[in-house]
Design a binder for this molecule. Structure first.
Ligand code: ADP
Length: 279
């Protein structure tokens, strides 16, 4: 065997060893990837099961709470009608408080149920083509009594006639109504609330702007978490549940859109609901 043969044999042996170690490294990487994928799948399954269990629990508790809450409301209403004798002013005041708290708890139970259903995917969306102008008109009608009771300016910019989004109409109205109701709650007397819509080739955006209290920058994302409330409400006639924005964002995302906010403490906020545009 000459020197060249010897060298070639050596090179081949080295190449074989390299190929072996590349093969082993690749095998290890694949095993690692499979293990990571299996762990991620298991975590995903566990999270889904936990969400479903939470959904079932909230569902059961909500139904258990609704019956006695309905009874409390019913008996308070009977007493208010003075069927069992006349009421003093003080008794009327206390009964009004009972009703107020009963209604707050009912709202809380409904919101909790809604959120649990959305989070566990146990709810149905009726996706159609929704005309944005119709949504704005319907929300205006629904919010009218609250607006006329307040001393706020309400500007609604008519939207482009053909502006339509792909969404569940009732759910879009629920989100926009929640945003406008919040704007009313958190804007002091003399302020302005403006509702408008814009569109790009792929997206429709509905904006609800107010000149109210605003939200401190550090808490802007927090308000989309369940039960987070940033205090002080100038026009609060009823206590909120702190679930409205969490539900609204989940709904927006379930419809392929999103809900975001910009705000400056003391100067106001703008909430923007984005949804896919009808092509
Ligand atoms: P709720 O209104 O029932 O408290 P939401 O989830 O709708 O619950 O809102 C959460 C919190 O976000 C509110 O308690 C309030 O602190 C803040 N927030 C929402 N909208 C506004 C707004 N337009 N201006 C100022 N703060 C707001």
């Amino acid at each position: 065997m000459n020197l060249d043969d010897e060298e070639e044999k050596l090179l081949r042996a080295v190449a074989l060893r390299n190929a072996d170690s590349i093969f082993l490294a690749r095998q290890r990487a694949e095993q690692e990837r499979d293990r990571a994928r299996a762990e991620a799948d298991a975590a995903h399954r566990a999270a889904r099961e936990a969400n479903e269990a939470k959904g079932r629990f909230v569902n059961m508790v909500s139904h258990e709470l609704r019956t006695p809450l309905g009874a409390i409301g019913g008996y308070a209403a009977l007493l208010e009608e003075e069927i069992h004798g006349p009421l003093s002013d003080e008794q009327r005041k206390f009964l009004a408080r009972i009703r107020h708290n009963q209604q707050h708890l009912l709202r809380l139970v409904d919101d909790l149920l809604d959120l649990a259903k959305i989070e566990s995917g146990q709810f149905q969306l009726k996706i159609t083509s929704v005309r944005v102008q119709d949504v704005m008109e319907n929300v205006c009608k629904m919010i009218e009594p609250q607006i006329s009771e307040s001393d706020l300016r309400f500007d609604v910019a008519p939207s482009e006639d053909a502006l339509c989004c792909v969404a569940d109409r009732e759910r879009v109205e629920q989100i926009v109504l929640n945003l406008v109701a919040n704007a009313v709650k958190f804007t002091p007397t003399g302020g302005t609330i403006a509702v408008s819509a814009t569109g790009t080739a792929k997206e429709v955006s509905l904006h609800v702007r107010d000149t109210g209290l605003g939200i401190p920058p550090g808490r802007l994302e927090e308000v989309f978490q369940p039960f987070v409330q940033v205090e002080s409400r100038p026009n609060a006639t009823s206590r909120g549940t702190g679930l409205g924005l969490a539900i609204s964002r989940e709904l927006a995302r379930a419809m392929g859109g999103d809900l975001s906010a910009k705000s400056e403490a003391g100067r106001g906020s703008t909430f923007t609901l984005c949804l896919p545009r009808v092509q």
